[in-house]
Design a protein around this ligand. Structure first.
Ligand code: TXA
Ligand code: MG
Length: 349
């Protein structure tokens, strides 16, 4: 299949780039799949009402069929077509956080393709905060089921190039709207319970949610000491985001990290380090990449998947990564890194 690519300047949607949106929307109406930018990561969109279209998402990504998809909408009217009931805390969260990196789980009406919800009686919905995504949904007139536009198991794409690397020839089109903003996926919060429960940490922090609705719980299966518990969000059970070389999370100071590097190199290994602006100059290994600055973890979120993908273009045998405090956006960063590392952690004595 020939994958069409369009470049759309997100600040100039009304003028020259708009025909691209119309072409992409027309393919979606014909049950084709099209990748598009959101403020978190690139999504791979399809008509949420169509079995034929949604099946193509699972085929292109190699995604397990028991992992449900998020439905993307551009206005609140679409929501009432999809959900059974809008609880008061969900209403408050939507008012404050939509459009934005928050996915809400509702109890569903039975009208989207069965493949979107993978046999669950709930549905995940979000309104992305990206002019290209919103224009595409509006123009197609469809709610779009869209997972991240990567091959299953790989880091989510934060540029159109990442999508091309993974899916060129397998999908009908890619709308290139430049690099995404947040860099990590949306926060998934279950609002079918009395107290909302975070099922996946992401772009909106627990602290931000609590400011809107008071108490917010976290699915206990997300804590690294509970890896045997079954997460409520099916996608969280899969190994994800992983670079090809084994990744180890390091808890300790720079000297301890360097000691681990030296030990591996003395065993003949080619060693990579995922470091930060603060520490990069003090570390010596075969490949040392800085993911951002420790004083602003949002920079780490933005660059994380790009850096994990960059290691795949090197010949490292092993990667050591600095750890981050799991508060604010750090919770989502550590969730993704721990999963990418398969929960392998090395701690200094
Ligand atoms: O930022 C994002 O959320 C991106 C962009 C493209 O919007 N999308 C994304 O989709 O990350 P995906 O498919 O990679 O992750 C969706 C997550 C999975 O963990 C899935 O199991 C969960 O949402 N999910 C979907 N429907 C659910 C439901 N009804 N109940 C619980 N979890 C659900
Ligand atoms: Mg994904």
């Amino acid at each position: 299949m020939n994958t069409i690519q369009w470049t759309v300047d997100k600040n100039e949607l009304k003028s020259s780039s708009y025909p691209h949106i119309q072409q992409a929307a027309s393919l979606l109406q014909q049950d084709e799949v099209v990748a598009f930018p959101t403020e978190t990561v690139y999504g791979l969109g399809a008509n949420a009402y169509s079995d034929k279209a949604v099946t193509k998402i699972f085929q292109a990504k190699g995604r397990p069929s028991d992992n449900p998809l998020i439905v993307h909408i551009s206005n609140k009217k679409q929501l009432t077509e999809l959900v059974d009931n809008i609880p008061a805390h969900a209403e408050k969260l939507m008012d404050k956080c939509w459009p934005g990196p928050l996915t809400i789980i509702f109890s569903k009406k039975n009208n989207v393709s069965q493949y979107v919800t993978a046999g669950l009686d709930t549905i995940a919905i979000r309104m992305p905060d990206h002019p290209v995504a919103l224009a595409l949904i509006e123009e197609s007139g469809l709610p779009l089921a869209a997972p991240s536009a990567n091959l299953s198991g790989k880091p989510s794409p934060t540029t159109a190039k990442h999508v091309v690397d993974d899916l060129d020839g397998k999908i009908a089109g890619i709308v290139d709207g430049g690099q995404t903003g947040v860099g990590l996926e949306s926060t998934v919060v279950d609002c079918t319970t009395e107290i909302p429960i975070i099922l996946r940490p992401g772009g909106i922090t627990k602290e931000q949610l609590e400011q809107v609705v008071g108490e917010v719980a976290v699915d206990p299966a997300l804590a690294s000491e509970n890896i045997e518990l079954k997460p409520k969000s099916p996608g969280m059970k899969y190994t994800h985001y992983a670079p090809i070389a084994p990744l180890y999370m390091v808890e300790g100071d720079v000297d301890y990290l360097q000691h681990l590097v030296d030990k591996s190199r003395s065993e003949g290994k080619i060693v990579g380090v995922l470091s930060t602006e603060e520490h990069i100059a003090r570390l010596s290994a075969d490949v040392v990449l800085s993911v951002g600055t420790r004083t602003d973890l949002a920079t780490v979120a933005v660059n994380l998947y790009e850096k994990l993908r960059q290691f795949n273009e090197t010949n490292v045998d092993i990667i050591y990564s600095e750890s981050f405090p799991a508060v604010g956006v750090g919770a989502a960063i550590m969730n993704r890194l721990n999963k990418a590392a398969g929960y392998k952690v090395l701690k200094s004595e």
